[in-house]
Write a protein that binds this ligand. Structure first.
Ligand code: ATP
Ligand code: MN
Length: 481
């Protein structure tokens, strides 16, 4: 007999004579009530076992974590908390789970403990919900761009471009590391390596993406990205997923409009498709915050925060305005920031970004027109900027509780300006000759951005550590599983 998903059983409107459900036991109460979950929904289905007619050896094997198959009648439930339940006529244990050994007991586990058991944490309510929301959000990403006629481009994961410039890279090699071939100068001879050259894992698909935008018009990438940055924070992973749209003929304003519209669309999509999971995650967050002092608790619930983002425009603020606000801010004057803001040109730390978003504007903020020398070489130099105070058409989107969620820019479309910039910072023109071809042949204004998918999932699920929104996190010192 084919089993029916718990989600569909719970959505039934009538009694059904014979149904079969398969799943994992969450709890077994009074030798009678199984809370069964199969991952199709946050909700369990109650299965009422006829314990008087079930052998003791079977009853003993209905333990948390065990896989079971139940057959019976789906009837309206007399108990509170569920609409329908299964009156079990036949129960099979598919796979036992020793209650002395199964780590996911029905009690509160710390997030740290769950991280160490990432292969089993997905059997908890919270991680089931997070992973379903993550899945729906990735579909929403494709749905948004496909509806708008963007072309999905898969850029290489192994890259020969050393100058992507977005972060520290992981080297890819098939050379024997205990016996490296050397050239006449005594340097490692990468000609003997697998690709005949030095290669890395990608830190961004942008440069390749730009070449496609300059032919297909509107493109997006959505793939894994690797950064060997040793930042042990709650917002950085060594392996994360990035979404990078790139659009020909878009200037920075159009780029900001696209980013804002995209973020609102995917959040709305998740709210429409995952109401129960989000409701659960909202109560999880409320629960977690109860242990915090009043001042550190959020002013809004999770769903209020998500609605707020849908209903309000992001505040657009130039870097220069932001510096003025920060310089005059109380934490700056009282020297509460770790990095005190004195001068125009300072790079903003996450404490500053969070002050702007959470304390000053109290809404998502788009900062734009950053100083040229704290941003990447490919960003469009603003016309009419004072010498020494050059700015570029960059934008970062800052979110409450997250900090930077998007980094993007209008790209420098002028070949001579771009080449000069590369020279000034020591990027070999020959290395990136293919990239410069976009500017040599039919160059045009174009813009794009990168959005860290896990930071989006963090925001939507109300989780606070990025390690909790990716199935198997990779961070410095940790590549378990
Ligand atoms: P940050 O300053 O937070 O390290 P960044 O300036 O290095 O970010 P970009 O190079 O602009 O980030 O990358 C684009 C987006 O990718 C960021 O806005 C962020 O959402 C995401 N991102 C960057 N680095 C990481 C990381 N190590 N783990 C997860 N997401 C990241
Ligand atoms: Mn970074």
């Amino acid at each position: 007999m084919k089993h029916t998903k718990v989600k569909d059983l719970l959505a039934s409107t009538t009694t059904l004579q014979e149904v079969n459900a398969k799943g994992w036991v969450r709890t077994f109460r009074n030798n009678q009530f199984i809370a069964l979950n199969d991952g199709s929904t946050i909700n369990n289905i109650q299965c009422v076992v006829d314990f008087e007619n079930t052998p003791d050896e079977i009853l003993k094997r209905i333990t948390t974590g065990a896989a079971v198959s139940v057959t019976g009648t789906l009837v309206p439930s007399k108990g509170a908390g569920q609409s329908f339940e299964i009156q079990v006529s036949k129960l099979d244990i598919l796979g036992d789970s020793d209650p002395e050994k199964f780590p996911m007991q029905p009690k509160k586990h710390s997030l740290e403990f769950l991280r160490e058991n990432a292969h089993l944490r997905v059997r908890t309510n919270a991680f089931g919900a997070i992973m379903r929301v993550r899945s729906v959000l990735s579909f929403a990403v494709h749905s948004y761009f496909q509806e708008k006629g963007f072309v999905y481009v898969t850029t290489p994961i192994i890259t020969g471009a050393d100058a992507e410039g977005a972060g520290e890279m992981f080297q890819v090699t098939s050379l024997p590391i205990d016996n490296l071939p050397k050239n006449e100068e005594g340097e490692i001879d990468y000609k003997k390596d697998f690709f005949g050259k030095h290669t890395n894992l990608t830190v961004s698909g942008q440069l390749e993406g730009e070449t496609f935008a300059m032919a297909l018009g509107q493109i997006y990438t959505f793939g894994p990205t690797f950064r060997a940055e040793n930042s042990n924070t709650s917002r950085h992973l060594a392996e994360f997923w990035m979404i990078e749209p790139e659009v020909a003929f878009n200037d920075l304003d159009a780029n900001m409009d696209l980013a804002e519209d995209f973020i609102q669309y995917v959040i709305k999509y998740a709210m429409d498709k995952c109401p129960e999971d989000l409701k659960f995650l909202e109560s999880r967050l409320l629960d977690e915050e109860k242990s915090k002092p009043q001042a550190e608790r959020s002013e809004m619930t999770l769903l209020e925060k998500l609605n707020f983002v849908l209903e309000n425009n992001f505040k657009r603020v130039s870097y220069t305005e932001a510096i003025d606000i920060l310089r005059d801010s109380t934490p700056n004057k009282k020297k509460k920031f770790n990095y005190i803001i004195n001068e125009w040109g300072a790079d903003l730390q996450s404490e500053h970004e969070r002050y702007l978003v959470e304390k000053h504007f109290k809404c998502p903020v788009i900062l734009f027109d950053y100083p040229a020398n704290i941003k990447a070489f490919y960003m469009r130099l603003n016309d009419n900027t004072e010498p020494g105070k050059e700015t570029v058409r960059a934008m970062d989107i800052l979110f409450p509780g997250i900090g930077e969620i998007v980094g993007g820019s209008q790209r420098e479309e002028r070949l001579d300006v771009l080449v000069e910039k590369m020279k000034a910072i020591g990027i070999d023109e020959k290395e990136l000759s293919w990239y410069l071809d976009t500017r040599r042949f039919g160059s045009a204004v174009h813009s794009g951005f990168g959005l860290g998918f896990e930071r989006l999932v963090l925001f939507v699920t109300g989780m606070t550590n990025i390690r909790d929104v990716i199935p198997f996190p990779r961070t410095p010192g940790n590549a378990e599983f």
